[in-house]
Structures are given as C-alpha cells and as structure tokens.
Ligand binder design. Structure first.
Ligand SMILES: C[S@@+](CC[C@H](N)C(=O)[O-])C[C@H]1O[C@@H](n2cnc3c(N)ncnc32)[C@H](O)[C@@H]1O
Length: 239
C-alpha cells in the first residue's frame, strides 16, 4: 500500500521482478481516490479471461469490479452485455469512465452478491473479491481487500451461489490467495455440481498489508512461520 488512503492489494508492484511466474503488467485504469488499484491479482484474472472462449453475445458479470478492469476485458472479448457490480460508488464511477473512454458497453451496478443474483443467471462470471485474512473488522477503507479472519467473508457466499449465478454451460473465473483456502472454494463449487480447475497461479512477495499482519497470520496457521510469499490462484468453475 502506498499510503493509508490508497487501497491497493498487499502485493507491491515494485517487487514484480521476484514474482513467479511473471505476471503481465496490471491494466492501466483511471481510478477515483479510494478505489482499488489494479495489480497482480487483477492481471492474473485478466490473463485467465483472455484465454476463455466467450460465446458471442454472452451475458457476463464482473463482481467486485473496482476500476472495471475485468469488465472491460470481458467487453473486449466479445461479451454481449457486461454487468459491473461493486458496493463502492467511486468504483462504479471509475468503471463507467474507463468503459466510456474505450467506447465499450459496460453497465455499472451498485450492490453485492444479492444484486448480482437478481440480474443473473450469466454465461460468464468473473470475480476478484476481497480475500485477505484480517484480524480486525472490515471498514470502508479496507473493504477492497479485507475479508474477515479466514479471508472468506465473500468467498464463502460467492462459491455457494455460483451454481445459481451461472447458466447451464456457464463458466466462472475467481482469483484468490492460497491463504484463504483454495480447497474450500473448490469443495463448495463441486458441491453444486460444478467442475473446477486451477487455470493460473503466481507467487508474489508480501506487500505492506500482509507484512503488517504476519504475527496474526502465523498464529492463525494461515501461513508457515517465516513465510513471506503469497500464492495467487485463479479457479475456473464450469456448470
Ligand atoms: C480486490 S478489489 C478488485 C477490483 C477489480 N475487480 C480488480 O480486479 O482490480 C475488490 C472490490 O470489491 C469491492 N467489494 C468489497 N466487498 C464487496 C461486496 N460484498 N460486494 C461487491 N463488491 C464488494 C470493493 O469495493 C473493491 O472494489
């Protein structure tokens, strides 16, 4: 995080040279103050979207859109309608601007999972939700990344709802940290009859947020003692 008012993900862009495998540069986006800055997880999910076959005219959802980076990738890849959902008004204004200057059709929509469920089902769902385990309650300034003591505050309801969010034949791509229990996500998705696979992985160094809570993470058993690298994973789920 560059300043306390800059909600960026824990992975520092400056340390990209030690990312394994190398993650492409995060997309450059306009961003109102307080909106999550695109970074390694953004780029990893965008890479997975770029490799997905998107049916022409697909109805697509970018849940937790932030600057709209994933929604824009979906629109560029030929999705027919792209819904960009976020709790933050500033995020939605940023997403609207970013789509407008690229002349792409993206519909910003304020809300969370319940709103997405009302707008579904979808052919394609992508999400970069908050997934960082946190010892403290989530507040507005940290809601771009903090996700409760196990990092699953949004992952659990999202994985549990994936079968309802997707049309038959639909696909979801979801990025998360390995410390927020990838196996649990896969089990929750499989319990709804979805086929799951890991389509992208990258190891990145801890940034300021994770570095500032290593004691909590070690005590909670979420990282090994002395661990200072994080693994990011993109999960694919097919209905
Ligand atoms: C990790 S950022 C991802 C931003 C962007 N999709 C990207 O890949 O760079 C998470 C976003 O989720 C939003 N958010 C947090 N909790 C949410 C919720 N319950 N429902 C919808 N959006 C939420 C935050 O405002 C933030 O913009």
């Amino acid at each position: 995080m560059t300043t306390s008012a800059e909600p960026v993900r824990p992975g520092p862009l400056a340390a990209r040279s030690v990312v394994h495998p190398p993650v492409p540069p995060a997309p450059r986006m306009l961003r109102l103050p307080g909106v999550y800055r695109p970074q390694e997880d953004t780029a990893l999910l965008a890479s997975a979207i770029a490799e997905l076959t998107i049916p022409a005219g697909a109805h697509a959802l970018d849940l937790c859109t932030g600057t709209g980076a994933q929604a824009i990738t979906l629109a560029r890849r030929g999705a027919g309608t792209v819904l960009a959902v976020d709790l933050s008004r500033r995020a939605l204004a940023s997403a609207r601007l970013n789509a407008l200057i690229r002349q792409l059709a993206v519909r910003p929509c304020r809300g969370g999972l319940a709103r997405a469920l009302r707008e579904g089902p979808f052919d394609v769902v992508v999400a970069n939700p908050p997934y960082v385990p946190s010892p403290a309650p989530t507040v507005r300034s940290t809601r771009g990344w903090d996700a409760g003591p196990d990092g699953r505050a949004l992952l659990d309801p999202l994985c549990a709802a994936a079968g309802t969010l997707l049309r038959p034949g639909g696909t979801m791509l979801l990025v998360q940290s390995a410390m927020a229990d990838v196996d649990k996500s896969r089990e929750q998705l499989a319990a709804q009859g979805l086929r799951t696979s890991v389509v992208q992985r990258a190891r990145i160094p801890f940034g300021p947020v994770l570095s500032g809570r290593t004691e909590f993470l070690e005590a909670a058993g979420l990282i090994e003692p002395g661990q200072r690298m994080e693994e990011l994973v993109v999960l694919r789920a097919d209905r």
